[in-house]
Design a protein around this ligand. Structure first.
Ligand SMILES: [Mg+2]
Length: 305
């Protein structure tokens, strides 16, 4: 006899299910210095200046900052600790190039005018600074997943390598390892302009920039999950990467129309993406919820039934 398809829940991984990565800034400092040849002493002197300039730039000129992938700006520059440091790296390079006291030295710096060279440099910095071993799962995750799994099949959809995510879960939350499906290398950042199922951009009043929607690779994974059962909700910490595509699909594809969207609050979203939180705070009637802790998700689902 055929089993009835279960509703599906979709979670992002980094910073949605994990705590803020507090080791990242130190690893970034080490790797930035190794890669460029800058001394730690000079880095320690420069980074507070770069950080201040960046914090101002993120608020005043959000178009010029972000995660640039294949020439597209695909996520806000202050969305999490990693993206913040990607933009910090670019800011540091700019300062070092302009400061005459460094020009005579043999620092290895990219040409910021060359977008592809800069993307490669920043990707190396990210690869050298990120370690899944630093990740800690949110303390309430196991309880939240156990509550949710009574009604919903749980899926994690992440840009990370699936083996890394599995290792963290096996180590820290073996209780849930058996009933969570992991979809890795989701490429939520990849924009395919030729894929025209959705509009190119989304404008939301109050948002400082338009959002690119044609995340074809991510859509293919969502469709794979839809094949297992109807998606009940998607939860993520970065609207542009995790939720915007589904937000658009809700309006044009009946199967997605009542998918609930959960935006999880983070240290960075509070500081640099207040507009996202405000949009979700007043969105309950439209199926958008801002959540502080993961256990709020099963609570919301209960109140709706
Ligand atoms: Mg995330």
């Amino acid at each position: 006899m055929r089993e009835t398809a279960r509703p599906q829940g979709v979670f992002d991984f980094d910073q949605t299910l994990t705590l803020e990565n507090t080791h990242y800034p130190d690893r970034f400092r080490n790797f930035f210095c190794v890669l460029t040849g800058l001394s730690f002493a000079a880095y320690d002197q420069l980074w507070p200046v770069a950080k201040q300039t960046l914090a101002r730039g993120l608020k005043e000129n959000p178009q010029a900052h972000g995660w640039f992938f294949a020439g597209h700006n695909v996520a806000p520059g202050g969305a999490d600790v990693i993206l913040f440091h990607q933009n910090l790296a670019a800011e540091l390079v700019k300062i070092l190039k302009e400061d005459k006291s460094y020009t005579a030295s043999t620092l290895s710096l990219p040409d910021l005018a060359d977008r592809s060279e800069t993307e490669k440099f920043l990707y190396r910095i990210y690869r050298g600074s990120y370690s899944a071993d630093d990740l800690l799962l949110k303390p309430e995750l196991v309880k939240a997943f156990e509550e949710l799994s009574e009604k919903v099949q749980l899926n994690i959809v992440t840009n990370s390598a699936p083996a890394n995510v599995k290792r963290v879960i096996d180590k820290e939350a073996p209780e849930i390892a058996g009933f969570v499906m992991i979809f890795g290398r989701a490429q939520k950042f990849a924009i395919d302009p030729a894929w025209d199922l959705v509009d190119m951009e989304l404008e939301i009043p109050g948002f400082p920039r338009s959002i690119l929607l044609r995340r074809h690779a991510y859509y293919n994974i969502l469709e794979q999950i839809m094949g297992q059962g109807k998606i009940a909700f998607v939860a993520g910490d970065i609207f542009e990467l995790d939720l915007a595509l589904i937000h658009a699909l809700k309006k044009q594809d009946q199967r997605y129309s009542d998918v609930l969207l959960f935006l999880t609050q983070t240290v960075f979203s509070r500081e640099f993406a207040e507009y996202e939180e405000a949009y979700f705070r007043k969105g309950n009637q439209s199926g958008r919820f801002l959540v502080g802790g993961l256990r709020e998700i099963p609570q919301v689902l209960k109140t709706l039934k």
